[in-house]
Design a protein around this ligand. Structure first.
Ligand code: FE2
Length: 374
């Protein structure tokens, strides 16, 4: 099955400089309660807030942070609000994948000249801590990319937000940065969105997986991974492929009512600790059977971690030419079978766990079976 191709030629000139992920914003039904979940279960600290108490009348937003990962959870105050409409249609889901840039206006103008669709024109927001310039474009589904220049700002998050501390004793679990964010798009749309990232945002195609790489007896999908110039932003894009039964991508699109963010992979340096903590705090993970571990050492060779512990925590292992990686996937974090998280620890490996696709997909199919959606 040597159908995957990986191009790791370094990009000479970066036509669309991005420094990294700035924040990920969820529109949710009850941001106040979601904020408690992310504090207690995932160990994020509450750092900022906006809402009626800060003069924002139509919504409330909670900004949560753990090392370099920043989540914003937002709910609306009225049923007519576009946030409420988004939640009605999609359930809780990712609205914004915000990108940290040096010049938000320039990023927006460049994207627009190259064919992007505007979501929000550039605006410079100011308060006593300085200024932040933001501008947004549309990507797949109802999802936006917001460009953020915060070089002239030293407040807690953005003008309009006040610093706010967690009322509870939050214990971080070692999450460090966003490794990659995966989008699910409708059948036949993958190449259109890959082209968008290439042509509008100067990304390059990193890897292609076809349905021979990612299939089980019942379901299949195709995936292409695009990455920006410095490689800090990696967006795999999935589309369903024909199989005997309904694929997890089709299930997602049915329940999300369209394309959207499927999973956010967050990196840790100590996956055994991170996953142990998540489990103790009530986060559920996909399950791979014991038989997975019968062949794992033959496939990946020696690793630094204790294989018994890896097995006990049900963590997946894969190896590529640069090293190995450890990964595990949560079950969906809301009632609709849509968004979930991946916890990943890289020991040199730059890939995405191709060797685990089959075990992973079978694990998802078992969940689909229980949900009656296979
Ligand atoms: Fe992933």
């Amino acid at each position: 099955m040597q159908t995957a191709t990986q191009d790791i030629t370094p990009q000479i000139s970066d036509t669309f400089p991005i420094n990294g992920t700035d924040y990920i914003e969820f529109y949710c039904g009850n941001a106040k309660q979601s904020a408690i979940y992310y504090q207690n279960a995932f160990g994020f600290k509450l750092v900022a807030y906006c809402g009626p108490e800060t003069g924002v009348r139509d919504r409330a937003s909670y900004v949560l942070q753990q090392d370099k990962i920043r989540l914003v959870l937002t709910s609306a105050m009225s049923p007519e609000h576009e946030i409420s409409q988004h939640v009605l249609r999609h359930g809780d889901g990712v609205k914004v994948l915000a990108l940290w840039v040096d010049d938000a206006e320039n990023a927006y103008q460049t994207a627009m000249e190259r064919g992007a669709v505007s979501a929000r024109e550039p605006e410079t927001l100011k308060d006593e801590f300085g200024e932040v310039t933001i501008a947004s474009i549309h990507t797949y589904g109802d999802t936006w990319h917001t460009f953020v220049d915060r070089s002239k700002y030293n407040g807690p998050f953005m003008p309009g937000y006040m610093a706010k501390e967690s009322p509870i004793d939050v214990k971080p679990i070692g999450l460090k940065y966003v490794d990659h964010c995966v989008g699910n798009v409708e059948l036949g749309d993958m190449n259109r969105w890959v082209k968008f990232y290439q042509e509008v945002m100067g990304f390059k195609l990193l890897i292609t997986f076809d349905d021979k790489d990612i299939s089980t007896e019942y379901t299949a999908l195709m995936s292409k991974v695009v990455s920006n110039g410095n490689g800090y932003i990696k967006f795999p894009i999935n589309e369903p492929a024909k199989g005997k039964k309904k694929s997890q991508i089709e299930e997602y699109i049915e329940y999300y009512r369209g394309a959207g963010v499927q999973h956010i992979a967050v990196a840790t340096d100590d996956i055994l600790y991170t996953v142990d903590q998540l489990r103790k705090r009530g986060v559920e993970f996909l399950y791979v059977p014991e038989t997975y571990y019968e062949t794992v050492e033959a496939r990946v060779g020696k690793i630094k971690e204790d294989m018994n512990e890896i097995k006990r925590q049900n963590i997946l292992v894969d190896r590529d030419e640069d090293g190995y990686l450890l990964q595990i996937f949560t079950k969906p974090v809301q009632d609709r079978p849509t968004v979930f998280y991946e916890i990943i620890q890289r020991a040199g490996a730059k890939s995405f766990g191709k060797g685990n696709f089959k075990a992973l997909f079978e694990a998802i199919e078992r969940e689909q079976e229980v949900r009656g959606t296979l």
